[in-house]
Design a protein around this ligand. Structure first.
Ligand code: DC
Length: 224
């Protein structure tokens, strides 16, 4: 059976989350940012001073719990009932999240959470991440692989964080993001890669409305 899921994968800063959110709004679906779950688990582990092992973090994530709570238009990351949407974007989480998300046991737990969160939504979801079209929902109705060149991704990420986009900042951010992409693409389990059947969309020179329109069009065709 084809899931009522639009899967959007791609490297950091390719515009996955902003695109997924806009597509979800246009199609009346919920947006689910799967990276937020990995970030929330990382935050919980750091705050608890937990051992950075899959077994320890999964046990912690289940007991607190770390989860995605269904809201009106999407899912909110929570740790022990507290909304952590802002805290999961801090540097201390960003610096450790690739390491945590590479732990195989943690990915098994995350995949179960992501599938059950999607199933809890009556209309369907637009889910963004690294392995949504390859592993979490290989039978998604629409699969998109979003890419953009490194500098453009760095620039967008700085703008999103309200930081300066002078050439030194862009260079430093490009290097940091390239390092995270390298880790996400070379890990043993569910590395970032274009899924079979995914449509490649390069957003380097597309304006935002154009990229949203393209995915909305694919969704309309698939769900009609
Ligand atoms: O999209 P993001 O930067 O918030 O993702 C945070 C980290 O989580 C990123 O380093 C890769 C990882 N991730 C993953 O491994 N699989 C996903 N489906 C989503 C994110």
């Amino acid at each position: 059976m084809t899931s009522r899921v639009i899967a959007i994968d791609g490297p950091a800063g390719s515009g996955k989350s902003t695109t997924a959110k806009a597509v979800a709004r246009r199609l009346g679906l919920a947006h689910l940012d799967s990276g937020a779950l990995y970030r929330a688990a990382t935050l919980a582990a750091l705050d608890a001073g937990a051992e950075m092992s899959g077994t320890a973090i999964v046990a912690l994530a289940k007991s607190l719990p770390v989860r995605l709570d269904l809201t009106d238009d999407g899912f909110r990351p929570e740790v022990a009932g507290v909304d952590v949407s802002t805290e999961i974007r801090t540097d201390r989480v960003t610096e450790r999240v690739s390491e945590v998300s590479a732990l195989p046991e943690l990915r098994v737990w995350a995949n179960e959470e992501l599938r059950s969160a999607a199933a809890s939504h009556p209309r369907g979801v637009v889910m963004d991440g690294r392995d949504i079209g390859t592993v979490v929902f290989p039978d998604a109705a629409v699969k998109v692989f979003l890419v953009a060149n490194g500098e453009e991704r760095a620039r967008r990420r700085l703008l999103q964080m309200g930081l300066s986009t002078d050439s030194g900042s862009v260079r430093k951010k490009t290097e940091d993001m390239a390092e995270r992409d390298r880790k996400d693409s070379s890990r043993a389990v569910a590395p970032l890669t274009q899924a079979d059947g995914a449509v490649l969309v390069d957003t380097t020179n597309l304006d935002f409305e154009e990229q949203v329109d393209r995915v909305v069009e694919m969704g309309r065709k698939a769900f009609s």
